[in-house]
Design a protein around this ligand. Structure first.
Ligand code: 1HN
Length: 347
């Protein structure tokens, strides 16, 4: 491939004349914006240890009252993008949030879609459009775009969860904003029980639900059970994995990011397919090695890591006597909608 002319090859007066007219020559930057064969990723393989995060988060609890933080979060920032960008990947934001007993994080709604994966502690809840969603370890709670949400805590120990948002993309498209609201009246808990049985859905007044987000809490006990059953029923299956879906449509639960739970069998080594989306791995139970590019991360419970797209990722269950359960987030729904989703054969 021929090298293209550089900016310095142009006379200074010509470059200045272009700048004066808000013009830029394409050819010096063409290979940069359109690299050969494979994108150039800013997203670096990155790892965050919960053991390291937790004391810093608890200290934030002492240093900054909830009224002065609104959301007390330490952002898991990928150094490849620059920490100040507060992004794990092009479209994924990750943060560890702390709520102390008796605290309340006030109601708001915003354009970015969010989910929370509960990491530790009992007694806290998120209220989403009047629905009170109790938080337990491993539960997934959705707060999709435009939905009112607030967090409260009736328990006696600190509660920590992992927030996953598509904030970087929504911010980039200049569509990110929020609206504050009043404390929500809470209705009865619903959703997760009604959709518990996969093969049937409510048909109220002879009609199916048309809600965009019919189910907003996905209890870990049920997701774990579904992985155990799938693994037992299909002993030859190498990737024992489930996708969090809208139970009415079967579509991904949110528009931009995809959410999954994966069970590594005891001692299993799983080579993931090489695909276009970046992906985040977070251990719910067990321990795994994650090999990506030159890195080998060892994730134990509540640890998180991130891998850029178009790379080979290999997971190794570090337990030989029990399964490891991993929560995954990726950018597949976004890539599919954009028409850029790709799977390449493993190297
Ligand atoms: C947000 O609203 C929450 O509601 C958490 O708990 C993290 C990060 C960026 C923007 C909004 C929450 C957030 C956020």
């Amino acid at each position: 491939m021929t090298d293209l002319a550089r900016l310095e090859d142009l006379p200074v007066d010509y470059r200045q004349a272009l700048t004066d007219q808000n013009l830029v020559p394409l050819w010096p930057s063409l290979r940069g914006v359109l690299p050969p064969e494979k994108p150039r990723a800013q997203t670096a393989p990155a790892f965050w240890s919960y053991q390291a995060i937790k004391p810093l988060l608890l200290r934030a609890g002492e240093l900054t009252p909830i009224e002065k933080a609104e959301r007390r979060v330490l952002v898991l920032a990928n150094p490849g993008h620059g920490l100040e960008k507060m992004q794990a990947s092009p479209a994924i934001y990750l943060g560890m949030q702390l709520l102390l007993p008796g605290e309340w994080a006030p109601a708001h709604r915003h354009t970015p879609n969010a989910v929370r994966m509960i990491v530790e502690g009992e007694g806290a809840y998120t209220t989403v459009n009047g629905e009170k969603c109790p938080m337990s370890r491993g539960d997934l709670i959705l707060t999709p775009t435009g939905q009112w949400h607030e967090h409260g805590h009736d328990g006696s120990e600190p509660v920590v969860w992992l927030d996953v948002l598509d904030l970087p993309l929504v911010y980039y498209t200049e569509t990110s904003y929020h609206i504050n609201g009043n404390r929500q009246a809470t209705d009865a808990v619903r959703g997760d029980k009604i959709y518990k049985y996969g093969g049937v859905v409510p048909t109220r007044d002879f009609d199916r639900s048309t809600r965009s987000y019919p189910m907003i809490r996905y209890p870990w006990v049920e997701v774990k059970e579904s992985l155990l059953v799938l693994g037992a029923e299909e002993p030859e299956l190498t990737s024992v994995m489930v996708t969090y879906v809208n139970p009415e449509t079967g579509a991904d639960v949110e528009n931009i990011l995809g959410f999954y739970a994966l069970m590594l069998r005891p001692g299993q080594t799983l080579k993931m397919p090489v695909r276009s989306p970046s992906c985040v791995y977070h251990v719910i139970e067990g321990a795994t090695q994650v090999r990506v590019m030159q890195e080998e991360f060892e994730l134990c419970e509540a640890d998180t890591c991130c891998a850029p797209g178009y790379t080979q990722v290999t997971l190794v269950n570090l337990h030989t006597d029990k399964p490891t359960f991993i929560f995954m987030t990726d950018e597949s729904p976004l890539h599919r909608k954009l028409g850029v989703y790709e799977v390449r054969s493993a190297n």
